[in-house]
Ligand binder design. Structure first.
Ligand SMILES: [Zn+2]
Length: 556
């Protein structure tokens, strides 16, 4: 590097540190203190930049000469990063630095570790899959679990399990509205009594107190769908008391009930009246009748933000969603009072009415050929086949075949129902974060949606490198500083001195998803070095056995 480059780096370093310390230099002796501080900072910045000799410093990890994206959306700077005791302690040329592990990042992108704001890995992380390799291989160093209103009611217990057994990536936890409602009201389609609402509020408060980062809801699914907006606002207010957010699988992403735009408006209402940030999670326009409606939905969010309501979205970069026969095709009236009641309806007098509704829902999602069976435990040979093929195999109508699958235990589905126009438009918004919506299951079982293995690298490969829908700094910000700020994950999602050392090293030419719809159990490639809380989680493609993840709580 030339001297001019090093001086510029020393300048940046001084400005950065002065900004961090500006709060410390107030009062009558401001000028004296500022001068003293500037002198001290200046000298250490000259050392960091390598303009004056630095005593040989020993670090845990040193990442040399990478193109460093700080996560805030600015272009990369070629520099080095030193890590000690879990934190980034120096960013600069660092010519005299020594470290236990030295990583040559020449020609690589170095970014903050990614934050997945909608992850179904929660259950996998509490068991034998706690290392989370398919998650880490995507560059994800933090997952936010219990989305869609689902997951355990006992947040303290979930946290204790993670802390006792250890987890590969960091985890932040939602309090799930749907599970709380089921705990208190079962699968009843009615409003809670005052006493029942009090119990729901108490469970929400207990979860937030145990360290949750917000409330998740799924008013699309039963029993969340039996809740009116005022119930969601009441629980959201409890999350707001401690700075939590509200993330919702909205009531309708399509044209099932109230429609996409009204469902987005419901999130805005909860955010506004609840006094907290609202997130339209895995935002999409689902089904032929709703294609193009992302334009109006985006406008509504923009209008809310313009009047000061904090509303954002997240998105996974696929044209197919993943759900179950029940979630996608069975109407909510048929789920009242639970699974046994639903099966009775599917076999009894209400079968004709149910068949008619299932037929409508198959058409709404694009027809039977767009619905692929992901997991069907009673007969795995059907996995990977679509509903049209199964109907022909069984010599039945698609709606009859769907109800047969349901009666035999239900199946999970991959549902092809989105268009590039809507996906691109949502991705380009400055308030859209990145998510997987992926689970963490045993490798080789079923044909799960590939997003659990590939969502983040897919966005970098297909939407950044190949199609150029968004650029690198913008995409990386949507995966790092934006979610960290929204969720109150202090000193995360950024590369700067003092931040936690969650760092990934990316090969920009090779980063890619390998998981496909028909062959989903494939780890992503191109992110071979991953650091979680200052510890190596993966080095040169080899996973370390360490479980360095922590449960992250709100710190603003
Ligand atoms: Zn969802």
């Amino acid at each position: 590097m030339t001297a001019a480059v090093l001086w510029a780096e020393a300048d940046r370093c001084i400005i950065r540190r002065m900004a961090t310390l500006s709060g410390a230099v107030t009062g009558t002796r401001t000028r004296w203190r500022a001068l003293v501080l500037a002198g001290a900072l200046g000298w250490s910045c000259l050392q960091t930049a390598g303009l004056v000799a630095q005593p040989g410093v020993q670090y845990d990890v040193l990442i040399r000469d990478g193109q460093v994206f700080d996560g805030t959306g600015t272009p990369p700077v070629t520099t080095s990063i030193a890590v000690r005791d879990g934190r980034i302690v120096a960013v600069g040329a660092l010519p005299n630095a020594r470290a236990t592990t030295v990583i040559d990042a020449t020609g690589r992108y170095v970014t903050p570790g990614f934050v997945d704001v909608h992850s179904h890995a929660g259950e996998g992380l509490s068991g034998a899959l706690n290392h989370g390799q398919p998650v880490l291989a995507q560059g994800i160093t933090t997952v936010v679990v219990n989305p869609d209103g689902g997951g355990p009611v006992d947040i303290a217990g979930q946290r204790a399990t993670y802390e006792k057994r250890g987890i590969g990536p960091n985890a932040a936890l939602f309090v799930p509205h749907g599970s709380i409602r089921r705990e208190v009201l079962g699968m009843a389609d009615r409003a809670p009594t005052a006493a029942e609402l009090d119990r729901m509020l108490a469970l929400t408060r207990a979860g937030m107190k145990a360290g949750a980062v917000g409330l998740s809801s799924g008013p699309y699914y039963a029993p969340g769908s039996y809740a009116k907006t005022d119930e969601l606002i009441a629980l959201a207010k409890v999350a707001a008391e401690v700075g939590g957010v509200y993330s919702s699988h909205i009531r309708d992403e399509s044209d099932y009930t109230i429609g996409l735009v009204a469902a987005v408006e419901e999130v805005i209402t909860v955010a506004e009246k609840g006094g907290l940030t609202g997130i339209v999670t895995h935002m999409k326009a689902l089904g032929t009748g709703t294609w193009g409606a992302s334009a109006e939905a985006v406008k509504r969010i923009e209008a809310a933000r313009a009047r000061g309501v904090s509303v954002l979205a997240d998105q996974y970069p696929y044209e197919a969603s993943g759900t179950s026969i029940t979630g996608a095709l069975v109407p909510r009236w048929a789920q009242v009072l639970g699974d046994d009641a639903m099966i009775r309806r599917a076999k009894g007098d209400e079968r004709p009415r149910l068949l008619a509704d299932v037929k409508t829902n198959i058409a709404r999602r694009g027809g039977p050929a767009t619905l692929m069976i992901a997991r069907f435990a009673p007969d795995p040979s059907l996995e990977g086949q679509n509903l049209d093929q199964i109907a022909k195999l069984w010599n039945k109508s698609p709606e009859e075949a769907a109800l047969d699958l349901l009666v035999q235990g239900g199946a999970s589905l991959v549902s092809f129902n989105m268009t590039d126009n809507d996906i691109d438009h949502i991705m380009k918004q400055s308030w859209t974060m990145t998510s997987t919506d992926g689970g963490l299951g045993p490798m080789g079982v079923g044909k799960p949606h590939p997003r659990g293995y590939g969502a983040f690298p897919r966005k970098l490969r297909l939407y950044v490198r190949e199609r150029r829908v968004v650029d690198w700094p913008f995409a990386i910000r949507s995966m790092t500083s934006l979610p960290a700020t929204v969720f109150g994950l202090k000193d995360r999602g950024v590369i700067r001195e003092g931040a936690w050392a969650d760092i990934v090293v990316i090969n920009p030419a090779e980063v890619a998803d390998k998981a496909t719809y028909t062959d989903p159990h494939q780890l992503s490639v191109g992110i071979d070095t991953i650091i979680v809380n200052g510890k190596i989680a993966r080095l040169a493609g080899k996973f370390a056995p360490a479980l360095s993840g922590r449960v992250l709580t709100i710190e603003r």
